[in-house]
Design a protein around this ligand. Structure first.
Ligand code: GLC
Length: 472
């Protein structure tokens, strides 16, 4: 029997699809992407552009609904942009960089695409995640359409190799994780997320797994596959061994000795126990855990970052047991991490002097707002994917029910503010495209769990280092 609730839900879905279709950008009459937001009341700034990271959830949804052409066009056009000069103050950035966003411009009646590689972005941040998402999306396109010929085209192979060269280049660094500047991903403002942030590492891992399926079986492809395999192995070991946090590990860190020299050191990164924040000693549940936000010399960022942890589950960067524990943590700390609107981008917010130092007194990132502990509905699709992957769909079902109550009524805001996510974000755009696609994709994954295969990865037994202590 159809209930009033069902009719309302159908109405919301239809409204969401209409809004998503209205956000499509056309280039020479062909669909090539979606704008970030269509808020009629606010100056667009760059929200009228197509952001690579924002388009991913739209693209997956389009692929799952037979609309493959827009995704193919997007992949081709963004690849062509890779060759553009990415210049700031006469300095040219590396070739593999993909743009944060692009838009269609017109000159003398001719349309052309212009891209932003960070040289126009607020604070000139580098979009490191774009190239990684681009590879993950190319794999999803190939998996849906079977069109491996596109990926094997010389232009695509060249593009993939450019990205790999940039990601795998030798650097002044001792870790297999990727070293990036602040604000290099979804959090594209100064937030103390420079160094080796988890979100980049999880996307890096996913992109490397994807590229193995996309490299052409020629000599160059074979050589790069070997290099990629080796990096996957060390990255997997490093993250599982050193980023993992649970009550047992916290106890170990709490009793760490400092200043250990040599290869027998237990406290390899010289983390001082006093750097464990007080909130964590109460917040860490008895069962459950998560991957730390960042790790470097004498520095462990103990904040919980959602995209990094959920992508780690989806890409099997976390072990099956760790993935279960991350979901345990989300369930047990529901009010903090999900609250009234799924879900928090990170927890907890930084406040006071720490906020001043980490954000540079950023008024948009005040505590419990925007990137600093705000709630972002787009994260729903990642939560749904992780919940399906770990066999715990009820977690996603409860979260979707919360989001559905508000999103359409509030006109699809970009983010929510407040410790419990009850307020529409102070500077949030309305009709934010990835809010819309995030809900639609999450709902799709609930009714079609098998479609997760488009972008998830199984535990890769070949790349696991069995000497790692945390593997279960
Ligand atoms: C903001 C977000 C970024 C997003 C962009 C467009 O800059 O921080 O993650 O891609 O808006 O929605």
């Amino acid at each position: 029997m159809t209930t009033q609730g069902d009719i309302l839900q159908d109405h919301i879905i239809a409204e969401a699809w209409k809004a998503l279709e209205d956000s499509v950008i056309y280039y020479d009459g062909r669909p090539v992407g979606t704008v970030a937001a269509r808020d009629p009341d606010v100056e667009p700034l760059n929200y009228n552009q197509c952001f690579v990271r924002d388009f991913v959830s739209c693209a997956l949804l389009f692929l799952l609904n037979g609309k493959t052409e827009i995704v193919r066009n997007f992949l081709i056009e963004t690849l062509a942009l890779q060759d553009e000069t990415k210049q700031m103050d006469y300095f040219n950035a590396g070739q593999g960089l993909m743009p944060a966003s692009f838009k269609v411009a017109t000159s003398y009646g001719e349309q052309f695409l212009t891209a932003d590689f960070g040289e126009h972005a607020i604070a000139r941040v580098t979009p490191v995640d774009s190239s990684l998402w681009w590879i993950i999306l190319l794999r999803a396109y190939v998996k849906t359409t079977g069109d491996i010929a596109l990926a094997h085209q010389p232009e695509f192979q060249k593009g993939l190799i450019h990205i790999l060269k940039l990601c795998l280049a030798d650097r002044f660094d001792m870790f297999p994780t990727m070293l990036v500047p602040d604000g290099a991903f979804m959090i594209d403002r100064r937030m103390g997320v420079y160094g080796h942030p988890l979100e980049i590492q999880a996307l890096f891992y996913g992109a490397l797994r994807a590229v193995r399926e996309l490299l052409a079986p020629d000599r160059q492809g074979e050589i790069y596959s070997l290099v990629v395999d080796q990096r996957l192995r060390t990255l997997n070991f490093h993250i599982r061994t050193y980023y993992w946090l649970d009550i047992k590990r916290l106890n170990e860190i709490y009793r760490y000795q400092g200043e250990e020299f040599g290869d027998k050191a237990v406290n390899k990164f010289n983390i001082y126990p006093d750097s464990i924040p007080y909130w964590l000693t109460e917040w860490m549940p008895e069962t459950g855990g998560y991957l730390a936000g960042n790790l470097g010399p004498a520095r462990m960022d103990f904040r919980f970052f959602t995209v990094g942890n959920l992508m780690a589950i989806i890409c099997s960067l976390s072990s099956p047991q760790e993935s279960q524990w991350i979901m345990d943590l989300i369930e047990q700390r529901w009010d903090d991490l999900v609250g009234n609107m799924p879900m928090k981008i990170c927890f907890p917010a930084v406040e006071g002097l720490e906020w001043k130092i980490l954000t540079g007194c950023d008024p948009k990132n005040v505590p419990w707002s925007y990137h600093n502990g705000g709630n972002w509905p787009v994260l729903l699709w990642l939560l749904a994917a992780a919940a399906q992957k770990t066999g715990r769909p009820h977690i996603a079902r409860n979260a979707i029910a919360l989001a559905e109550k508000r999103l359409s009524q509030d006109q699809w805001p970009e983010y929510y503010d407040g410790k419990n996510g009850r307020l529409v974000g102070k500077q949030a755009r309305k009709y934010q495209t990835w809010t819309i696609s995030g809900l639609l994709l999450a709902k799709h994954l609930m009714s079609h769990p098998g479609d997760l295969g488009l972008f998830d990865f199984d535990e890769d037994l070949e790349t696991i280092d069995w000497t790692s202590s945390h593997l279960v």
